[in-house]
Write a protein that binds this ligand. Structure first.
Ligand SMILES: [Zn+2]
Length: 334
């Protein structure tokens, strides 16, 4: 049986969602085991081994073996834990962060970020002002986590929709604080990543100093990259204007993506930023990547044996066509 969109072992974006992008309190996608009963939180289903990082001796692939995560409940037993009054949000809030109850690494390295107290909201329905609050909280957490001596890389990300591992619908994202610079962001930096000077047919939209375009060779059928045209290393470096413009960009493109098929698009989104290992990183260029496994409405692209075997991909969706459609959709009408 084919594996749903499983990325190359060396490219984190391609990793199966349940393997590397598990949700916080939530359960990963339940596609293959929807009826499993939630075990008690402290039930040692797989033995109480500490999380352990292993490396494939031939490929260099890093695998975090985290047996305790098997004990995560598939669905919260009572109500939404992220709604005000819920387990993770006892008080009213606008945006909020807390430590992940089911961390993929050491508990003080995994956080959850709530975008809004409104359960049925989306990122784009927050509007520019609401999205700006999320951006400010991302910056605050990046500074706090990145300031630690034992944190070399901070990854801010979101899994949206059960198709990519999120079973709690309440709008939220996550943060992982690594004690090393992982392979993929390290390679982007080492190769001097910078925005495409002219994405041409793959251009989607500009907002202030920001551009969004469809990348030339994503392994995913749907992909979008967002970056400032002027070099900035991280989200903390964005001034008020840049943050508002980024908020407007995210609201616009995420809204378009939900209109692309007329139903909420499952996606993975993450922020690429400078390492926080104490180095200077003068060429680090902040950018956001967003990918979806869907090749058409409600149909995920499967990654098959040849792709997994050779780490070369066959994308049935033409990036230039995705960009054209996104341009045609235009910004949301008020
Ligand atoms: Zn909720």
């Amino acid at each position: 049986m084919a594996t749903p969109l499983e990325p190359p072992s060396t490219a984190p974006e391609a990793t199966a969602p349940e393997a590397t992008a598990p949700e916080a309190t939530a359960p990963e996608a339940t596609a293959s085991a929807p009826t499993v009963t939630a075990p008690a939180q402290d039930t040692p289903l797989t033995g109480e081994r500490p999380a352990d990082r292993r490396v494939d001796p031939y490929l260099g692939t890093v695998v975090h073996v985290v047996g305790t995560r098997q004990a995560r409940p598939n669905l919260p037993s009572t109500g939404c834990p992220f709604c005000p009054g819920g387990l993770e949000a006892p008080e009213p809030y606008d945006v909020r962060w807390f430590k992940n109850r089911w961390p993929a690494m050491h508990p003080d390295r995994c956080e959850v970020v709530l975008y809004t107290s409104q359960h049925d909201a989306t990122f784009w329905s927050l509007g520019v002002a609401g999205a700006r609050k999320v951006i400010d909280l991302w910056a605050e957490r990046f500074a706090e986590l990145g300031g630690r001596d034992d944190v070399d890389h901070v990854l801010i990300f979101e899994n949206r929709g059960p198709e990519v591992g999120a079973t709690i619908a309440h709008p939220h994202g996550q943060i992982y604080a690594y004690d090393h610079v992982p392979d993929r962001p390290g390679r982007l930096l080492a190769n001097g990543w910078r925005p495409e000077a002219d994405p041409d047919e793959r251009f989607v939209v500009d907002h202030g100093g920001w551009t969004a375009w469809v990348p030339v060779a994503s392994t995913f059928p749907m992909a979008l990259t967002i970056a400032p045209r002027e070099q900035l290393p991280d989200i903390v470096s964005l001034d008020d204007t840049a943050r508002d413009e980024l908020a407007a960009m995210l609201v616009d493109v995420l809204e378009r993506l939900d209109r692309y098929y007329g139903v909420p698009l499952p996606y993975m989104m993450w922020l690429n930023q400078r390492p926080t290992d104490g180095g200077d990183w003068p060429t680090a260029w902040f950018h956001i990547e967003l990918v979806s496994p869907w090749r058409r409405e409600s149909t995920a692209r499967f990654i098959a044996a040849a792709e997994v075997a050779c780490n070369e991909y066959f994308n049935p969706v033409i990036p230039e066509v995705v960009a054209e459609r996104l341009r045609e959709l235009g910004p949301a009408r008020p």
